[in-house]
Design a protein around this ligand. Structure first.
Ligand code: ASP
Length: 369
């Protein structure tokens, strides 16, 4: 076994040292469960697409939990190191990228989404999982949630600690994500993000901590949890996703350029206009508080609006940007991003611009999704 995956095998190793066999997970063990052979035949077939990230990372020593290289271990090795996955599903890996997710761009997003779209159309694929760096899981998952045309489970999973670290979270996250992807309850709920025993909707999930294992949160709470090899759902996504959206990945081959400007005390208006001069079709203004625009930025932003759509979001990490509140959106012809973070607003705006360049239509899209 290579050193880079030794921690993925830690529970098995510990069991061997203790001289005890690892118990099979408690799936389908009720009295009415089918015989073992029938169970095996009925196992869902899952493709795990590897993209890199910390879940495929390796550090120099077991105490490196935050200092390591991401995207080192191939997806097949990651799967092989968690044999418990095969008790729940027939799993096969497919490596599409080997990158830290901070290096995702629109081109890679499209390539990944198109591959997932191909796979979910195959009758021999029941669900798709994606191993992904945690930095931009929220953007990839939201993009897939809005563009895939499938009811099959699509579950994204990552880890905050590399497989070489003490208390690596990747193996259990991967196992739990498999449990979710294999479950009938996950069907039709949109793209899901499973980490740290929780199941989040792609629309709402965000990375809220740079280091902790408990890094992910959803503003309105997770949809459910995984406990002892079983998913428990408690909520449903209220906003349209996957089959109910007007965006279809099979009909999108490129995305318009959309940039984000981050507001702060003492901004240089020239920085804002320089971004707009790069030729983006829209600019997300990550404003302070309720998407507020500083008095000295109003004129530069009006200049930006002559070239691109302007969407006001909030840099606070929570709450809803109100239209025509403190800021006069009607007068300025701006769009309010509602509760969408600047980075998610960028994804939604880019997709919306594939169907319209009307700010009123874009505003409706923000209220809808
Ligand atoms: N920088 C890494 C990534 O997003 C972090 C992680 O995966 O946790 O790929």
């Amino acid at each position: 076994m290579s050193a880079t995956i030794v921690r993925f095998a830690a529970p098995r190793l510990a069991a061997a040292l203790l001289g005890v066999a690892l118990a099979a997970p408690a799936v389908a063990q009720d009295a009415g469960a089918p015989a073992p052979q029938a169970q095996a035949a009925a196992k869902p077939r899952i493709v795990v697409i590897g993209t890199g990230g910390t879940i495929a990372g390796a550090g120099a020593s077991s105490v490196n939990t935050g200092d390591y290289d991401s995207a080192k271990v191939a997806v097949d090795k990651i799967i092989a190191a968690v044999p418990e996955m095969s008790q729940v599903a027939d799993v096969r890996g497919e490596q599409i990228f080997q990158i830290g997710s901070e290096s995702f761009n629109d081109e890679r997003l499209l390539k990944l989404a198109k591959r997932v779209s191909e796979l979910v159309k195959q009758p021999d694929v029941d669900a798709v999982m994606i191993t992904h760096g945690t930095d931009t899981i929220e953007e990839t998952s939201y993009f897939l949630n809005l563009t895939l045309k499938t009811e099959k489970p699509v579950v994204i999973v990552g880890a905050m600690r590399p497989g070489t670290a003490l208390s690596a979270d990747g193996p259990l996250n991967l196992y739990n994500a498999t449990v979710v992807a294999a479950s009938p309850e996950a069907k039709g709920k949109g793209v899901l993000v499973a980490l740290n025993d929780e199941i989040h909707s792609a629309r709402d999930v965000t990375k809220g901590h740079a280091l902790k294992v408990e890094a992910f949160r959803s503003l309105y709470g997770p949809l459910g949890v995984v406990v002892e090899s079983k998913p428990y759902f408690y909520r449903l996504p209220a906003r349209p996703h996957t089959t109910a959206t007007e965006f279809d990945i099979d009909r999108i081959d490129s995305l318009p350029k959309v940039d984000v400007f981050y507001a702060h005390v003492t901004m240089d208006p020239k920085a804002l206009t320089a971004i707009a001069d790069l030729g983006g079709k829209a600019l997300i203004y990550a404003g302070t508080g309720n998407g507020s625009v500083a008095d000295y930025m109003e004129a530069p932003l009006a200049e930006v609006r002559k070239k691109a759509l302007v969407v006001r979001a909030t840099r606070t990490g929570g709450g809803m940007v109100i239209r025509n509140g403190e800021e006069k959106d009607d007068e300025q012809d701006w769009v309010a991003a509602g509760d969408q973070s600047p980075q998610k607003a960028r994804i939604l705006t880019a997709l919306a611009l594939t169907t319209t360049d009307d700010p009123k239509a874009l505003q409706e899209i923000f209220w809808k999704y």
